[in-house]
Design a protein around this ligand. Structure first.
Ligand code: ADE
Length: 333
């Protein structure tokens, strides 16, 4: 059973847990989502009901797990955290569901990767709080219905489109997380600095924010490394020199692009003459999984306007040539 629980956290993640805001009012950014959740949670509490099931979707690192913990806290429920692909059998899900108490939150991360048989058991659990399991008996198959406590499922996915329609239809609340603005990331970095009892220059904070791809998880990771540079000097105050030294050492460029992003853009421009190139060919040329490119790398490149998706494939935009200082033959200018 324990293997199903999220035991994959590292020491850096432990920092991440303590960094997490506990209540919605402390959560920075995602204003529309926050406004909606405030009403839905407030109303459910007033009616003394469980909150409707919530689907959170959007690129990785934007705070879906953090929101699940906040929802549990605000609803005064306990949270059980599991990863979709780790629930292999219907029995695994049954054992999780029967341990829940009324009003608890079940957070399923990567819910689009739940095995189909498990997903089908989830339907009646979500809809009627009923566990319907088919058991094989000597005399044939028999369905057992077991009531389970009313609970709220919070599902998270980077690919809402990959969810089957019956599963999607069972979420009463669906909210998309968007990339954060630079100002919002600056607020998050300043908050993180306070949690770590460190001070940080405005310029250093801006530098981290500009290179964080609008993603708090990346901002917090960069913050830790920048802080290492200050601590290594024997200081608890972070200057812009620390920020620039750390960010250069980490090879994060002025837009926050890393080695894979740069390789992506260079490959489209040089090998495929600017595109259009199909995702699979591109993934093979770069040596990355196509799903990883689509979920992790492309959303931000699209947001920056460095690439475009066309019906015939991906293309590099003039902005990409400008950022890489390349002409249309792919040579440096
Ligand atoms: N840490 C990570 N994401 C955050 C957010 N949106 N607000 C405050 N702290 C955060």
């Amino acid at each position: 059973m324990d293997r199903l629980l999220d035991a994959s956290r590292t020491s850096d993640d432990i920092g991440e847990v303590s960094l997490r805001p506990q209540v919605l009012t402390e959560y920075i950014g995602q204003k529309d989502l926050k406004d909606n959740l405030t009403v839905f949670i407030g109303a459910a509490l007033k009616r003394n009901e469980t909150l409707d099931h919530v689907l959170l979707y959007g690129p990785p690192g934007l705070g879906k797990t953090t929101l699940a913990y906040i929802i549990a806290n605000e609803m005064h429920g306990e949270i059980t955290v599991v990863n979709g692909p780790a629930i292999e059998k219907t029995g695994d899900l049954a054992s999780i569901l029967t341990k829940l108490k009324p009003g608890d939150i079940l957070f399923i991360d990567e819910i689009h990767r739940l095995p189909r048989v498990v997903e089908e058991v989830l339907y009646s659990a979500m809809e009627d709080f009923m566990l319907s399991i088919v058991v094989q008996r000597d005399a044939g198959a028999k369905t057992i219905n077991v009531p389970i406590p009313p609970f709220t499922l919070v599902g998270a996915t980077t690919r809402a489109g990959d969810l089957s329609s019956p599963l999607r239809a069972r979420f009463g609340i669906m909210e998309k997380l968007n990339f954060y603005t630079i100002d919002e990331i600056k607020d998050i970095v300043n908050r993180t600095a306070r949690v770590f009892q460190t001070t940080i220059d405005e310029e250093a904070c801006t530098e981290i924010a500009k290179r964080s791809r609008g993603t708090p998880r990346i901002a917090n990771r960069l913050f830790r490394r920048v802080r290492d540079f200050a601590n290594f000097r024997g200081e608890d105050h972070i200057t812009s020199d620390d920020a620039i030294a750390a960010l250069n050492a980490l090879k994060v460029d002025s837009l926050g692009l890393d080695d894979v992003d740069i390789k992506y853009l260079n490959t489209v421009i040089e090998r495929f003459k600017g595109g259009p190139v199909g995702l699979e060919s591109l993934a093979a040329a770069i040596g990355e999984e196509s799903m990883n490119l689509e979920d992790v790398y492309e959303p931000y490149l699209l947001q920056l306007g460095l690439i475009d998706r066309t019906p015939r494939g991906r293309i590099a935009t003039p902005l990409a040539y400008k950022h890489l200082k390349k002409d249309h033959q792919g040579s440096l200018f």
